[in-house]
Design a protein around this ligand. Structure first.
Ligand code: SAM
Length: 240
């Protein structure tokens, strides 16, 4: 996958793109990042990318000329153009998986009070990372990159993200590692039993328990079998 990021703060994104699993994926050629400094298309001596809002009001707005100059060539090269915007569709497991199917993404990071509206004519979709406002689109773009790149073939073992929260429709079951006892807190004996069937059953039930307690809305969206229903009834969960 090729990923272009358009930003006025290239340094802000460089570190995370070169670190840990995402950095290793880039080193292995599984993803190819290019970071574009929007100021290269800035106007005048100060390479300005923003101006006051028509109609007045606080803050500055990102001008269309530099944005179009940066984004149009990426779009012409076949990129799926994504505007990072609090008003966009909220990123979730399903949209991350869908974004992971593209060969080429271009992520456009806003600053100030956001974008001149006309940039929206150039983009394929707008993505928010949640109902809160950050100072810029760089961290949202990095969140999207992290969520998407880890799903690309060869980046991490497929088995390890298949059991992750949301991938199965449930929150993940509790995990434990050594030591067996820590400050009187012990590991559930079934995990030490070596009985794979019992371990799988316990994990399924604990995932159901956790999901019913924290995100009961998720349970309405997945297929549950008779054992699942029996377990949920046994813990007093009544689906809506
Ligand atoms: N005035 C805008 C509004 O109320 O929607 C917020 C602008 S915000 C301060 C500046 C930029 O940060 C946005 O253009 C966007 O690129 C990015 N941004 C902030 N919060 C975001 C979020 N939750 N998801 C995606 N991008 C976000």
């Amino acid at each position: 996958m090729k990923v272009d990021i358009v930003t006025i703060f290239p340094d802000l994104v460089a570190g995370p793109l070169g670190t840990s699993i995402i950095g290793r994926a880039a080193d292995a050629g599984l993803v190819d990042f290019t970071v574009h400094d929007l100021r290269d298309h800035g106007l005048g001596r100060h390479r300005s990318v923003d101006d006051e809002p028509y109609g007045g009001g606080a803050g500055m707005v990102m001008r269309p000329e530099p944005l179009f100059a940066a984004v149009e060539p990426l779009r012409d090269a076949g990129a799926h153009v994504v505007l990072m915007d609090p008003a966009g569709e909220q990123l979730d497991d399903a949209s991350a998986r869908e974004l992971a199917t593209y060969d080429h993404l271009a992520l456009v990071c806003g600053r100030y009070e956001g974008f001149d509206e006309r940039i929206r004519t150039l983009v394929d979709r707008e993505v928010s990372i949640g109902d809160y406002v950050l100072t810029g689109g760089e961290l949202p773009a990095l969140v999207l990159v992290d969520a998407v790149v880890r799903l690309l073939p060869g980046v991490i073992q497929e088995e390890s993200h298949r059991g992750d929260s949301f991938a199965s429709g449930l929150l993940e079951y509790p995990q434990y590692t050594r030591p067996e006892t820590f400050r009187d807190l012990t590991v559930p004996p079934v995990l030490l039993s070596g009985h794979h069937g019992e371990v799988a059953r316990w994990r399924r039930q604990e995932a159901l328990r956790r999901t019913s307690e924290r995100r009961p809305d998720l349970l309405g969206a997945i297929a549950l079998d008779d054992d699942d229903h029996a377990f949920l009834r046994s813990i007093g969960f009544e689906p809506e």
